[in-house]
Design a protein around this ligand. Structure first.
Ligand SMILES: C[S@@+](CC[C@H](N)C(=O)[O-])C[C@H]1O[C@@H](n2cnc3c(N)ncnc32)[C@H](O)[C@@H]1O
Ligand SMILES: [Zn+2]
Length: 264
């Protein structure tokens, strides 16, 4: 059984030349883009992160500031073979997971993100599949994945339960209470800690929980890229955002929570 399935008729997808073609009666056909990603959605047009947000995320993540978190996520996967990165963004984490020998399938609504992700893994000599798709309607067969990672992305618990094998893992990475506190303090008159609470996805049991906390020093363009990839970029006035320009550097707390759930 192949992991990928047709978004129209759920039949298996197989590669023929530069396309993925379904084995159903209608033989739905999906072109593989030059960089290697495939648009696998019934929706016309896509959304998700735009080009600038993807660029900012890449510029920041490529500097390695979040590498300890990436390594902790990868370690949580154990021997999982088929891993879905749901809301994979520009593939920084997918690439690190793929380098560990897992078969990675990354999905994101943003075609810019999937394009960058496909280029990234190729450049690093790794192998992973990237598809433009909503994580609420994954083009993936039932019970075909050993693990799903969901990092700073929405959690589609019913869809995740459908595509995971019984006993499969769901690994959720999210901001811990103090994540980027100093960045918020530099911008807002009143800065609050994040809410640490997270509801148990239905159909899953929690089997482990980890926290990764450390400080990193950030300056110049990296600081701006970091700000651009946070949800604060949308909700901050131009005046408040300009406060970052006056800082030579900032020591910032990275605080990540990692939840490991198992499908039962
Ligand atoms: C905050 S970013 C995190 C990206 C990546 N996991 C990371 O940590 O670098 C959230 C991502 O989820 C994607 N996204 C949001 N809603 C989505 C949905 N319904 N289906 C697929 N992707 C979605 C966005 O396009 C964006 O790339
Ligand atoms: Zn089909």
């Amino acid at each position: 059984m192949t992991v990928l399935s047709c978004p129209f008729c759920s039949a298996e997808l197989t590669r023929t030349g530069n396309s993925l073609i379904c084995t159903g009666e209608r033989k739905h056909c999906f072109d593989i883009a030059k960089s290697g990603y495939v648009t696998l959605t019934r929706a016309s047009g896509t959304s998700g992160d735009d080009r600038d947000m993807v660029r900012a995320r890449t510029a920041f993540l490529d500097k390695g500031y979040y590498r300890p978190f990436a390594d902790a996520v990868a370690e949580s996967l154990g021997g999982a073979k088929t891993v879905i990165d749901a809301g994979c963004g520009e593939g920084y984490y997918s690439n690190i997971i793929a380098s560990g020998g897992h078969d990675v399938y990354g999905f994101d609504l943003s075609k810019y993100a999937c394009d960058k992700a496909a280029k990234r893994v190729k450049a690093d000599g790794n192998n992973a599949f990237f598809g433009v798709s909503s994580i609420y309607e994954l083009p993936v067969s039932d019970n075909s994945a050993d693990a799903i990672v969901s990092l700073f992305a929405p959690i589609a618990e019913r869809e995740f339960a459908r595509v995971l094998k019984d006993g499969g893992l769901l690994i959720v990475g999210a901001a811990g209470r103090e994540h980027l506190y100093e960045l918020k303090k530099a911008i807002y008159a009143e800065a609050y800690e994040n809410e640490g609470r997270r509801d148990l996805p239905s159909g899953f049991e929690e089997i482990a929980r980890k926290n990764v906390t450390y400080k990193f020093d950030c300056a110049g363009e990296d600081l701006k890229s970091l700000f651009m990839m946070t949800p604060y970029a949308f909700k901050t006035s131009r005046e408040d955002a300009a406060k970052l320009d006056t800082l030579s550097h900032l020591e910032i707390t990275a605080d990540f929570d990692i939840f490991v759930y198992r499908k039962y």
